[in-house]
Write a new protein. Structure first.
Length: 256
């Protein structure tokens, strides 16, 4: 892949135009009611979670939040959730299971927060628990990668029946800069690393890692097209029995 195309994907995934996740949630859903706290340690501004309506049907919504102004970005660790955030997200998803309503996750995160306090708070255990429990939830799950989706921090919100991503977004085991630092001892070789990592969404689709690659234009007109696509997919999930839904989800992830 040409360096210019790699740069377009990386720049698009990290574009400031994609950081206002609260606005995207407002455009996609109505009557959004946000919940706070993990009922254990506190709240995390990097995770937006709650319940809403989509074309008249109830849904649960979980979205990562990078923030807009510097103060908010500091509070969200620039979009890197802490254990409190993942526990809050799982709390909402498990409540959705009890209510028998689908979950839509919107992802734009470089990864889980790697700070000492987060590690002491059980970050690794929380991520593993979220992955395990999402695979078992008896409701439809849809994940949409809006910008970045890095490492286990993204996977812990993307163990869904389908995973979609925008054409200028990334779904990676770690950032290209981190990969370059490990492989080449030089973070400046991020574009070279990104090519080796196959960050291009179309390659991920061809290899079954994501189901759909959406054009960036789905975010135009207050994300009206994305709203329609999500509504149609949730309706398609309704045609499956619970057994079929879970079998397909398990088969999807076992192939890796």
């Amino acid at each position: 892949m040409k360096n210019k195309e790699i740069a377009a994907i990386m720049d698009g995934a990290r574009s400031d135009s994609k950081t206002d996740m609260r606005q995207l949630v407002r455009h996609l859903f109505s009557d959004f009611f946000e919940l706070h706290g993990d009922r254990a340690m506190g709240d995390d501004a990097a995770i937006i979670a709650g319940f809403a309506a989509l074309n008249g049907r109830s849904v649960a919504v979980v979205a990562t939040n990078k923030g807009q102004e510097l103060k908010e970005r500091m509070a969200t660790n620039f979009g890197s959730p802490t254990p409190q955030g993942y526990r809050k997200a799982l709390r909402v998803m498990q409540t959705a299971e009890k209510l028998r309503i689908p979950v839509v996750t919107l992802i734009n995160t470089p990864g889980a927060y790697p700070g000492a306090a987060a590690e002491a708070g059980g970050q690794g255990q929380v991520l593993a628990g979220s992955i395990s429990k999402m695979l078992q939830l008896k409701i439809p799950l849809l994940a949409v990668i809006i910008g970045e989706a890095g490492s286990g921090g993204a996977l812990a919100l993307a163990c869904s029946d389908q995973v979609w991503m925008l054409e200028h977004s990334m779904y990676t085991v770690l950032s290209p800069e981190g990969f370059a630092s490990i492989m080449y001892k030089d973070a400046k070789k991020a574009h070279e690393a990104a090519e080796l990592m196959h960050i291009e969404p179309q390659w991920l689709k061809e290899n079954g890692i994501v189901e759909r690659v959406l054009p960036e234009t789905v975010l135009n007109d207050n994300a009206a097209e994305l709203q329609k696509l999500i509504a149609n997919q949730l309706a398609a999930f309704d045609q499956l029995t619970l057994t079929q839904l879970l079998e397909r989800r398990h088969k999807r992830f076992r192939k890796f």
